[in-house]
Design a binder for this molecule. Structure first.
Ligand code: ZN
Length: 195
């Protein structure tokens, strides 16, 4: 079956939010961060107490990743003091960027605003930890962005199928997420075999 470029673009546009959140969810779980839920459902998002508490209850899609217990002590200190802490920051940075980068990968109509909050959160933390050294900040940032791009490229098929799953189910809770990832990995693997 052949579909037109227009149909393909419209299809990707429809899946864009699911794929964006799939990037966050997969990176979070691969790095061992807990994900409380992921949702595309505005009614859920506007009324969920955790979304309200975290000021992300506008109704736009959210992946509720639990990282504050790891990041707050480093952020409060204002600098990184060990290799392990840098690895935590790197993973958080990749997790933030994996959403918009996944979306860019599949959605030809991606608008940079769709990643604004993600970019601001991760760059804001990195700058907070490295200021006022602009040179070191830029170098670190470039390295982390490269790692995030590599992550998305390496997991592109899994992210796609996880995105379809999130699109179809609208909200996935903590106890459903790893099974959805395992299913997406199976789909991605069977696609590779068919190719
Ligand atoms: Zn995002």
């Amino acid at each position: 079956m052949l579909i037109s470029d227009r149909e393909h673009d419209d299809f990707m546009l429809m899946l864009a939010s699911g794929i964006h959140e799939a990037g966050h969810v997969l990176a979070a779980r691969e790095f061992g961060f807990n994900v409380e839920w992921v949702s595309l459902d505005p009614d859920f998002l506007r009324s969920n107490p955790m979304a309200i508490e975290n000021k992300c209850a506008s109704g736009f899609p959210v992946t509720m990743t639990i990282t504050s217990h790891l990041l707050t002590p480093i952020a409060n200190r204002g600098c990184v003091t060990s290799r392990d802490e840098w690895e935590t920051i790197r993973r958080y940075y990749i997790e933030c960027h994996a959403g918009p980068l996944a979306e860019i990968h599949f959605n030809p109509h991606f608008q940079i605003e769709a990643g604004q909050r993600d970019f601001e959160q991760s760059d804001g933390l990195l700058w907070h930890l490295m200021k006022p050294d602009k040179f070191r900040f830029k170098r670190k940032r470039a390295a982390f962005i490269k790692d995030a791009q590599t992550f998305v490229e390496q997991h592109r098929n899994t992210i796609f199928y996880l995105g379809v799953e999130i699109h179809n189910r609208r909200t996935l809770f903590a106890n459903e997420i790893d099974a959805a990832i395992a299913y997406a990995k199976e789909q991605a693997a069977s696609m590779k075999e068919a190719a």
